[in-house]
Design a protein around this ligand. Sequence first.
Ligand code: 5GP
Ligand code: MN
Length: 318
Amino acid sequence: MKLKNELKGAKTAAISGHIRPDGDCIGSCMGLYHYIRKNFPDIEADVYLEEISDKYDYIEGVKDIRHTVSEPKEYDVFFVLDCGDTDRLGSFAEYFKTAKKTVCIDHHVSNSGNFADSNLVEPKSAATCETLFYLMKPEEMNTEIATALYTGLIHDTGVFKHSNTTERTMTAAAKLVGMGVEFTKIINDTFYEKSYVQNQILGRALLESVLFFNGRCIFSALRQKDLTFYGVTPKDLGGIVDQLIVTKGVKCAIFLYETEPQVFKVSLRAKDEVDVSVVAAHFGGGGHVKAAGCTMMGSVYDVINNLSAQLAKQIAEE
Ligand code: 5GP
Ligand code: MN
């Protein structure tokens, strides 16, 4: 795929990603937005994403992001980044459906690669931002693009820690650092910094966590009443599952929170040989081998029971 070809002849372009956008989704959308502004200034480009945390304010232009679908519009080209299905596009799927051409750039193994008119799906890429980086020539880039793309690399690799990190990832990161990215600030402000309530809810989730399968799995669940009590919203819950998975001996961590009565957003993380993408896919979700998610219905007990039945196929109970 060549970005230049995908943009050829377009006067309007829309860029969007998955619901509950994470650092890679935001970074890739903003990186492509700045790429178009720098290299194709005549194209009118709009970014559509759900509301994002103000910790991403250092990325130039995040205030331009549109959060709602207003009037019917037919974009010449619609880019879907870090996302491979219309369900996960949320309300922005409307513009995907009406666009003259659609382009998908993604790295999820669960993306079958025939979602849009033109598709580039690289499951070996640590982040959509990595894939996007290799679609851009150094002379087509600037610090704004580099800052946005670096954010995605950091978030999807857990600061270059996860097993998805490769030489290709580090080469991209090195080039981005060479373009003047303020990496210490980005890593501290977006990855490690937590507000007081975020720390409180993390503490609560850890306190109430339960080990099972002889200490090989761990789960923690938060109900709507817990979120209300601490005054937190879903975007304050990032990082909880990543803390659960560092528990010694644990190979799979499950974190769930209630979005509506008896409806749970499930986050899964894996270590060693465990593959959680198949478990998430079994329940209609998706993601990566070591980090995946889905939405499940019922009580916490039902959700954990159903997940355990699938996990038992990989993690034998001793
Ligand atoms: P997280 O647990 O951080 O929300 O998500 C981990 C990974 O799984 C991310 O790459 C995310 O895009 C993917 N993921 C999470 N939930 C879902 C889901 O419901 N459907 C799909 N297809 N992917 C998901
Ligand atoms: Mn990603």
